[in-house]
Design a protein around this ligand. Structure first.
Ligand SMILES: *Cc1c(COP(=O)(O)O)cnc(C)c1O
Length: 426
């Protein structure tokens, strides 16, 4: 926990609370609750949170040695298996923490935004488990490309509200959810899905996710008898990243790599207002988005640019202020890999280790493939989630490319179903 952080929620020049006046009462109420329940464990909040994460979530998740990858890169590769957390991603750590906090605060309604659908799914599950009504805002583009998660949210009893403005992805969904929160502050808690937004969200979400590195630190000491030389995690907003880094930050001997989505290119088309990547740490500059000062993809006039990534969960124009700050300080190294490399890494991990990763997670493994010498003799890669939700996208995107490791899907042609499955049959 981090009682020694500045009370205004700043991380160097980043962070803060850039919100409209109507939201200030809700923000202040949340700050107060964060301090009492999360930092001071009032009424045993953190004890209940930990117990529920164990019983409902399945924590602790394993730290597993990846034998084939270790041979391939001639380095000890350990996997922190957040894909085995209930729901299939690290998202539940935060969603469960916030829905429980909302209950302690006496709130009666949960709202959230979602990009890949993973956070919406985790929030819907946590809300069902803790008996709270729940509405999820989701961009129309993401609804179309993340169908399995839309089904899961509805099946768990959550409303899904489509957002049709802009490009219909995470950025617009966050803005819509903020609008709902501003009109319903009395009875509603907004469960933000990453270490983004106004203070106290970035610190609070990080604290809920820091269970990842707390466990990993203990597990690596037990299994390897020492600290790792590096920790590698993919970065969208940065919550699995900071969760995996937090308890290693103080130890300068542990290198921290945040792997962003390089998309199809790092070159930006300012005319179109589009960045063909989501690499805000590597290529962005300072600005304000969704209530915080941070690093953003923006054009010369300070307009936020649309981002791109083959993985919906990394497709965001901003990044958490704490991560931006740690990069600024040189503590975290931002790196990126492109869509092709991520797809290849997806197939490699599936074939070599029997783990089908989320496309987001695959970025972390693509970095390992491209820079095996950067990670030292012992590295921990955070497996932020599993890839079931991505199968349709992966098959489609793989078919468009000439990759080294793509599986042959001609079995569908043998039975006359078309190798793209559902899409082609319609
Ligand atoms: C949401 C998601 C991410 C990206 O979000 P962060 O806040 O950067 O962690 C990464 N991996 C998976 C599996 C996700 O669901």
């Amino acid at each position: 926990m981090s009682t020694d952080e500045p009370a205004d929620g700043s991380f160097g020049q980043y962070g803060g609370q850039y919100v409209p006046e109507v939201l200030m009462p809700a923000i202040e109420e949340l700050e107060d609750a964060y301090r009492r329940y999360v930092l001071d464990n009032e009424d045993g909040f953190m004890d209940e949170f930990r117990q529920r994460l164990a019983d409902f979530g399945g924590r602790p998740t394993p730290l597993q040695r990846a034998d084939r990858l270790s041979d391939r890169y001639d380095t000890d590769v350990y996997l922190k298996r957040e894909d085995l957390l209930h729901g299939g991603a690290h998202k539940l750590n935060n969603a469960l923490g916030q829905v429980l906090l909302a209950k302690y605060m006496g709130k009666e309604r949960i709202i959230a935004e979602t990009g890949a659908g993973q956070h919406g799914t985790a929030t819907a599950m946590a809300a069902a488990y803790l008996d709270m009504p729940c509405e999820i805002y989701m961009g129309e583009t993401d609804i179309a490309r993340q169908r399995p998660n839309v089904f899961r949210m509805r099946i768990n009893g959550a409303e899904v509200n489509p957002v049709t403005v802009g490009r219909g992805t995470l950025k617009e969904a966050i803005s819509e959810t903020m609008r709902d929160w501003a009109t319903n502050v009395e009875d509603t808690h907004y469960v933000i899905g990453s270490i983004v937004g106004p203070h106290p969200f970035p610190s609070m979400v990080r604290d809920f996710q820091s269970v990842i590195s707390e466990e990993a630190l203990e597990q690596i000491r037990e299994k390897a008898g020492r600290l790792p030389d590096s920790v590698v995690a993919c970065a969208g907003g940065g919550s699995n990243t900071m969760g995996a880094f937090h308890h290693f930050v103080a130890d300068d001997d542990v290198d921290l790599f945040a792997v962003e989505a390089g998309g199809s290119s790092l070159t930006v088309d300012e005319e179109e207002g589009v960045a063909p990547n989501s690499a805000s740490l590597s290529t962005g500059n300072e600005g304000v988005l969704h209530g915080a000062r941070t690093k953003l993809l923006q054009d010369g006039d300070g307009q936020i640019m649309e981002s791109h990534s083959v993985s919906a969960g990394l497709d965001y124009s901003g990044v958490g202020p704490e991560l931006a700050h740690l990069v600024e300080e040189g503590r975290v190294t931002p790196v990126n890999v492109d869509d092709d490399a991520a797809l290849e890494a997806f197939h490699r991990l599936s074939q070599d280790e029997g783990i089908i990763p989320a496309l987001e997670t695959a970025h972390a493994f693509a970095f390992l493939e491209e820079n095996p010498d950067a990670v030292g003799d012992l590295t921990i890669v955070n497996v932020s989630g599993r890839g079931d939700k991505d199968l349709e996208t992966v098959i489609e995107e793989t078919a468009k490319r000439d990759l080294d490791v793509s599986p042959d899907m001609s079995v569908f042609e043998q039975v006359g179903a078309g190798h793209l499955g559902r899409g082609e049959r319609e």
